[in-house]
Design a protein around this ligand. Structure first.
Ligand code: PLP
Length: 444
């Protein structure tokens, strides 16, 4: 295609917003829309460029990395080149009966990094969790134990918006009351004590976890949790020692263990995967099934992965239906797989650990003053995640405005103003993000 092929004429902002309001659902939004979203025209590095200024700002430093995903920032030359190379070959081809280098190389890379050798390339995080649940249920069915079909999790979690993931989201945060009678009923234990990364395991809580897994063992297919950081369910940090408690409890009681690292994967917490905070290699805690997503493609395209070890794969293969009964249309999408591989390799080639530690230090310093603000009950930082917790529900419009006035994009929720910036933010940009968070906490 010659480069001179013109694109469509740009929409006037007012018209775009009118159409948006009338025709386009936004996350957890009403129809027609009520809030007026900002129009992003382009993005580069850690900055979003708006189609027209908002509160005097045309350019915003992105504190959200597009919900944990854009770890390398936007419009990155290495990821652009990977996408363009793959576009010139094929952007998609079906995965039934066909295979291709981008998917095979990515799967091998992820298997090597995680120690779980079988990889299902799904098309979003929620689907990756659906596949993880299906793997676990099918495993027990194959072994002649169909009664083992429930899941156990702790409160305060978030695992996605499709049906099975919703059933293991926090019952209050996930609006389970709305779905009474239709959502599968899972086993919930209290949320883990939020002592943070350095905290010891609370023995009473650990005992109650073990006891709950034992008591429900006959009906449990798996335990599923987000290791170390509970993200969209409340931005809480718990002791990595709890992961070992869960591993032992699952082994004792014959239950599979699933770690959902869709938010925490790829360095965000200071380890490549958050469960490595409990140790690495032989010393570590390995789940039976692991979900990855969000930062997998560096925020470029939608792709996620569900990985498992030989135990689960062989179990499924022994069943009456000896195949994993799942196969989405866009499974293994070559364009996303090529960019994902480039993104993971780019991450590994950088001093990501140093970058994340630098962000941790900067967030700690920059958010120190938030502790003194009226209404602030907690300020916590873990890796490249900073959280300011308020004693009241955030006034979204006021908080967003306060951040934008500082030149920062944030998306608070409930009583939380939080940030997980791209790893490539400069010192000055990080200071600005912290100032934006403080302003949002003060005014929201
Ligand atoms: C975002 C998220 C999901 C869901 O991923 P989507 O791509 O939004 O479907 C699942 N689990 C965790 C921990 C997440 O943060």
């Amino acid at each position: 295609m010659p480069e001179s092929v013109p694109g469509p004429a740009p929409l006037e902002p007012a018209e775009l917003l009118a159409w948006d309001r009338r025709h386009v659902w936004h996350p957890y939004g009403p129809m027609p829309g009520r809030q007026q979203p900002l129009i992003v025209e382009s993005a580069s590095g850690a900055r979003l460029r708006l189609a027209r200024p908002a509160y005097g700002r045309r350019e915003l430093v992105d504190g959200m990395a597009s919900w944990w995903a854009a770890v390398h920032g936007y419009n990155h030359p290495v990821l652009n080149a990977a996408a363009e190379r793959q576009l010139g070959r094929m952007s998609h081809v079906m995965f039934g009966g066909l295979t291709h280098e981008p998917a095979v190389r990515l799967a091998r890379l992820l298997a090597g990094l995680t120690g779980l050798e079988h990889v299902f390339l799904a098309d979003s995080g929620s689907v990756a969790v659906e596949v993880a649940v299906k793997m676990c249920l099918q495993y027990w069915r194959s072994l002649g134990r169909p009664a083992k079909r429930r899941l156990l999790t702790w409160r305060g979690g978030y695992h996605g918006d499709t049906w099975q993931p919703m059933s293991v989201c926090d019952p209050d945060g996930g609006m389970h009351r709305l779905w009474e009678g239709v959502l599968p009923e899972q086993v919930f234990v209290p949320e883990p004590p939020a002592g943070g990364l350095e905290s010891e395991v609370d023995p009473a809580y650990a005992a109650s976890l073990r006891e709950a897994v034992r008591r429900h063992a006959d009906e449990l297919a798996a335990v599923i949790v987000e290791p170390v950081v509970q993200g969209a369910g409340g931005m809480r940090f718990h002791s990595p020692g709890l992961l070992r408690v869960l591993r032992e409890a699952c082994d004792e009681s014959g239950v599979l263990l699933v770690f959902d690292e869709i938010a925490t994967g790829f360095g965000r917490t200071g380890e490549l995967f958050a469960h490595r905070h409990a140790g690495a290699g032989e010393e570590g805690v390995l789940p039976d099934v692991l979900c990855l997503g969000k930062a997998l493609t560096g925020g470029y395209l939608t792709m996620a992965a569900t990985l498992c070890g030989p135990r689960v794969a062989e179990g499924i293969s022994r069943g009456e239906v000896p195949v994993l009964a799942h196969g989405p249309t866009f499974m293994g999408n070559p364009l996303a797989a090529a960019v994902a591989r480039a993104s993971v390799e780019l991450l590994l080639s950088r001093d990501w650990r140093g970058e994340v530690h630098g962000l941790e230090r900067g967030l700690r310093e920059g958010l120190a003053e938030a502790r003194g603000l009226p209404g602030v009950v907690d300020v916590r930082v873990l890796g490249a995640v900073g959280v300011v917790q308020l004693d009241h529900e955030v006034d979204m419009a006021a908080a967003t405005r306060a951040a934008v006035e500082q030149g920062v994009w944030l998306r608070p929720f409930r009583n939380l103003v939080y940030a997980m910036p791209p790893y490539v933010v400069s010192g000055e940009e990080l200071e600005r993000i912290c100032a934006g968070m403080c302003a949002a906490a003060a005014k929201g």
